[in-house]
Structures are given as structure tokens and as C-alpha cells.
Write a protein that binds this ligand. Structure first.
Ligand SMILES: O=C(O)CCC(=O)C(=O)O
Ligand SMILES: [Fe+2]
Length: 325
């Protein structure tokens, strides 16, 4: 089924230097309310965040294109990782429009450098500096949104209520334009397995989300904007109050799409635990506490292969029956 091009998810602006970004102000509380509503309804929203400059975005996409177009395939194929979607997948062909790279530990300079050294003989210091900078800014944006979620539910001071220690997995993607007149799947439908994701694209659309009624809608970004997407663990943490949105990439038109997805990956040993404030008579506890890494291992196991992406978290962590406080 084709996507309805008219649809618009909530667009929320985080003004650079705005007093609204100061925790506890009236403006902050308004933003928290809008973020909570957007995530409860759609599991995602578009955030306008010009603190990440257009120049930094342009520079990063320039480097991504250089990586895709100039690095020999044999170097790209050195980007391997035993964990699914952590390494190179590609290249684009007539059968598969997708090409993606994985940079683990991308908020540390070393993580980006390890990747760049596999691609370029000189380790491309400008690539390392640029990617390291944008990933840290996306990490900061993630932290701000998590704080808004916490305050949206009145959970008090602690970021630790979601996750205290986490790093970013950066995936950099090219989706090839399909043949003229064709509307083609470039990335299968799924919910994200990390806690949450920030997606940044080059304004060529392709990302689609599924609404509650099963309708797919195409999202289009605007300059300075990013998509924040809830992953399964954040949905479980919230006791199912916020949604993990099913999404995919469909390509049409004659332009290639380039995008980056910055995934939040908690440190080894992190438990996902629903705060007790989110459990009451109307909202019995839906999920047991679970180890993030064990969920990831399950989600990519043979057993979970036969389970739809949206249902994996339920198969892994549902409490049956739900438990009231
Ligand atoms: O490239 C995009 O817009 C989305 C990518 C995505 O959903 C993913 O890698 O999980
Ligand atoms: Fe995704």
C-alpha cells in the first residue's frame, strides 16, 4: 500500500539558547507536555534543533557521500561486527537499494577513528572530527528529550530513571533511487531495538511510519530538523504509555537518499526497569525488568526471526497477566 503524503507528525522546536530549554521553566514544562503527547500518540516527532548547525550537517553528508562514492568496496567490507546492523551492509544494487555502515562507540573519538582507519589509509582526521562532533550533539539532543519525557511524567530529578550510561551507535546510509516510476521498499518495517534513535536526513524523503489504523505515512524533514523515534526498550520502560513506532524506508523519485541514525545503546549490564510511578490501577505493569543486552540477543536470535519486529519485545518481556501495584 502506498503512503499518504499529506500527513504531518508533531513538529516541536527547541530554540537555540531559548529559556524554554531550562529545566523547570514554564516553557520547558510546555515542551515536556508536547513531547509526551507526541510520543504517546505517534512514538516519534520531528524536532527542529538548530543548535546542530546546517554547516555541520552539510559537512557530514559530504563526508558520507565521499565514503560511499570513493572508498573501495574491499575497505567497506572491513566494517564488520558480530552484532546485526553494526557493520557494513551493501553495496546498493538493482535488487537492494540499501547501503549502510556502522560506527560503534561513535560518541568517543576512538570509536570513529577505528572506523575511519579501516576506510582510509590516513584515517581521515576531518571525517573523525566532524562525525564525532555531530554524534555528540545528537547525544546531547537525546539526553534533553529523555529529560523531557521524565519531566513529562513528573518523575523527578533523575536521568538514571531511563538509562544513566549509554553510548551511540551511528549508522550512515545511502538508499538508491529506484527505477523511474517505481515505489520500492529500501528498508524493511521494524521497531528500533535500541532505547531511542535520532534520524537526520538530507531532505530526500523515504522514511515512513505506520499509524494505529495500519495506514503508512511518509515523513518529510525540513532544514534544521531531526526525527526522534522511540525504541522498544523505552516503550517498555514507560509501561507502554509511549509507543515504539513501526517504520520503514520506501523510495520513489530519481534522487538517492542519504541518512544517519544515531541509536542510544545502554552500557553492558543495564536493566530496563519501569518506574513504579508509571504503574497504577489503570496502568498495570506490562513488562518485567530486563537486561537490555539480553533483549538485543533475543531480538536477533533464530527464535525471534519468526516474530514480527513489533511483537518481539512482548514475546521477550511481557508480564502475563499484567501486575497492578
Ligand atoms: O534511514 C532512515 O530514515 C531510517 C533508518 C532506520 O529506521 C534504521 O536504521 O533503523
Ligand atoms: Fe529504525
Amino acid at each position: 500500500m502506498g503512503a499518504n503524503a499529506e500527513f504531518q507528525i508533531p513538529v516541536i522546536e527547541f530554540g537555540t539558547g531559548s529559556p524554554d530549554l531550562v529545566r523547570g521553566t514554564e516553557g520547558w514544562n510546555q515542551l515536556c507536555k508536547r513531547v509526551r503527547e507526541a510520543l504517546e500518540t505517534y512514538g516519534c516527532f520531528q524536532v527542529v534543533y538548530r543548535s546542530i548547525s546546517q554547516k555541520l550537517r552539510d559537512d557530514t553528508f559530504g563526508l558520507l557521500k565521499e565514503l560511499v562514492e570513493e572508498v573501495p568496496l574491499e575497505n567497506k567490507q572491513r566494517n564488520v561486527n558480530p552484532e546485526p546492523y553494526h557493520g557494513f551492509i551493501g553495496p546498493c544494487t538493482d535488487e537492494s537499494l540499501y547501503e549502510g555502515y556502522g560506527i560503534v562507540g561513535a560518541s568517543n573519538y576512538e570509536g570513529v577513528k577505528n572506523f575511519a582507519q579501516l576506510m582510509w589509509p590516513d584515517g581521515h582526521p576531518r571525517f573523525c572530527e566532524t562525525v564525532h562532533t555531530i554524534v555528540n550533539q545528537m547525544k546531547e539532543l537525546t539526553r534533553t528529550i529523555w529529560l523531557m519525557i521524565i519531566d513529562g511524567y513528573g518523575l523527578g530529578e533523575k536521568l538514571e530513571s531511563v538509562v544513566s550510561n549509554y553510548d551511540m551507535l551511528l549508522r550512515m546510509m545511502k538508499y538508491k533511487a529506484p527505477p523511474t516510476g517505481v515505489y520500492e521498499k529500501a528498508f524493511h518495517s521494524h521497531t528500533d531495538k535500541p532505547v531511542s534513535t535520532i534520524i537526520c536526513d538530507d531532505l530526500v524523503s523515504g522514511l515512513e511510519i505506520e499509524l494505529d489504523d495500519g495506514q503508512w505515512v511518509k515523513l518529510s524533514s525540513t532544514p534544521g530538523s531531526f526525527f526522534f523515534v522511540v525504541g522498544d526498550p523505552l516503550m517498555a520502560w514507560s509501561n507502554g504509555r509511549i509507543k515504539a513506532v513501526n517504520h520503514r524506508v520506501m523510495m520513489s523519485g530519481n534522487k538517492d537518499r542519504f541518512s544517519m541514525a544515531c541509536f542510544s545503546v545502554p552500557a553492558e549490564g543495564t536493566m530496563i526497569t519501569t518506574p513504579r510511578e508509571l504503574v497504577d490501577e489503570q496502568h498495570p505493569q506490562l513488562f518485567k525488568d530486563f537486561d537490555f543486552k539480553e533483549f538485543i540477543l533475543f531480538a536477533f536470535s533464530e527464535k525471534a526471526n519468526h516474530i514480527e519486529s513489533t511483537k518481539q519485545i512482548h514475546a521477550f518481556a511481557s508480564l502475563s497477566p499484567p501486575v497492578s501495584n
